[in-house]
Design a binder for this molecule. Structure first.
Ligand code: ADP
Length: 152
């Protein structure tokens, strides 16, 4: 059976940290679905279509990477696409605290759903979409933090 991992997030926008994580996960899985979760309560800086287009362009040469979007529960999306694994990155202790709870919740909602955590490489552990958005809002140049395909 195909080993499918879902990498869920907002990707507002995708960063070099996300890209490095997906590339490291590729040897572990047959397919990695980068899945944009849509929360109607949340305000995003970039429209969904733009975020999808950037992720598609970034992984254009990676046949094992797919891009998708979903509403509501991540665990249910995983069931729909036949994914038994969630992929998440850990940058620091606060990521760990948050991710631990979410991972246990997801396993409770969908039995057997395993979250695979990859510890961020040091050169990426300071990068977050939040920081990128703050730099953009402040009129700065955030291009060093995002893949070349993201045109800021
Ligand atoms: P969310 O809105 O769920 O926080 P993000 O798009 O910010 O989604 O991040 C999705 C996932 O990518 C999370 O697991 C996060 O820990 C991971 N991630 C984000 N930035 C990095 C990075 N620089 N290095 C490793 N993992 C990262």
């Amino acid at each position: 059976m195909e080993k499918i991992a879902v990498f869920p997030g907002s990707f507002d926008p995708i960063t070099r940290g996300h890209v490095a994580l997906v590339k490291r996960a590729l040897p572990l899985f047959d397919k990695v679905i980068v899945a944009i979760g849509i929360n109607s309560q949340k305000k995003y800086l970039f429209p969904l279509e733009q975020r999808i287009a950037w992720i598609n362009a970034t992984f254009a040469d990676e046949p094992k990477v797919e891009v998708a979007h979903f509403e509501k529960l991540t665990a249910h999306f995983c069931e729909r696409v036949g994914a038994k694994y969630l992929l998440r990155g850990l940058r620091n202790a606060s990521d760990f605290d948050y991710e631990k709870t979410i991972s246990q919740l997801n396993a409770a909602v969908s039995e057997g759903l395993e979250t695979v955590f990859l510890i961020s490489e040091p050169q990426y552990s300071h990068i977050s979409s939040t920081i990128v958005r703050e730099i953009i809002k402040g009129g700065g140049d955030a291009r060093q933090f995002v893949p070349e395909e993201v045109e800021l």
